[in-house]
Design a protein around this ligand. Structure first.
Ligand SMILES: O=C(O)[C@H](O)COP(=O)(O)O
Length: 216
């Protein structure tokens, strides 16, 4: 196993995921299902033998709660953890708190899809994925990458769109490809990196058998 490990985990199902509400920077906690997903993610990591040197998360409770539950499974409750707003979900602006189906009825299927899955069109008062990447990636470069380069094993518990921004950069994906990448809640994605921080492999745990993709 390479020493340089970056594990990304989208938080477990939140109360607002369950209610089908746009969430963004609003702060619901995990549902029972979300708690179970986070524990399962921790068991996957522990079962695969991972241990970490540092964890990063957002300032939102669904991501922090997911991290706490994973660290308990890893028996790493005291792991140094850094929470930063830079890793928050994209801000859904005026859509925050609205039901996604009600929004489709009001603005139409196509407009809502554009707000949710275009790269650079922001919902009213909120952030596009491009804008999200413009805060996630400088933070990654300044704060997370240097630790990976010194050989630290890093766990990140964050959100669908902040993690999309990271994945886009790690895998050098274009806007069209990244908006199609859906991230399941509570499923670890593990990168191994070379000494220059270039990703070598990605392991996905969304099936019973882990799938390893060579990236180099
Ligand atoms: O903030 C939200 O509502 C979700 O967590 C992510 O939303 P999306 O599925 O529209 O990207």
């Amino acid at each position: 196993m390479s020493d340089r490990i970056l594990a990304l985990v989208r938080h477990g199902q939140s109360e607002w995921n369950q209610k089908n509400l746009f969430t963004g920077w609003r702060d619901p906690d995990l549902t029972e299902k979300g708690i179970a997903e986070a524990i399962h993610a921790g068991k996957i990591l522990a079962g695969a033998g991972y241990q970490f040197d540092v964890a990063f998360t957002s300032v939102l409770r669904r991501a922090q709660h997911t991290l706490t539950l994973m660290l308990a499974e890893l028996r790493q409750e005291d792991l140094p953890t850094i929470a930063d707003q830079a890793l928050n979900e994209r801000d859904y602006g005026d859509l925050s708190g609205l039901n996604k189906d009600d929004a489709r009825k009001k603005w139409g299927e196509e407009q809502v899809h554009i707000w949710r899955r275009s790269f650079d069109i922001a919902p009213p008062g909120g952030e596009s994925l491009k804008m999200t990447a413009e805060r996630v990636l400088p933070y990654f470069e300044a704060t997370i990458r240097p630790r990976l380069l010194t050989g630290e094993r890093v766990l990140v518990a964050a959100h669908g769109n902040s993690l999309r921004a990271l994945i886009m950069s790690l895998e050098a994906m274009g806007p069209d490809a990244i908006v199609k990448r859906e991230l399941a809640t509570g499923v670890p994605i593990i990168y191994t990196l070379d000494e220059s921080g270039k990703p070598l492999t990605r392991t996905d745990y969304d099936d019973a058998t882990p799938r390893v993709t060579e990236l180099a």
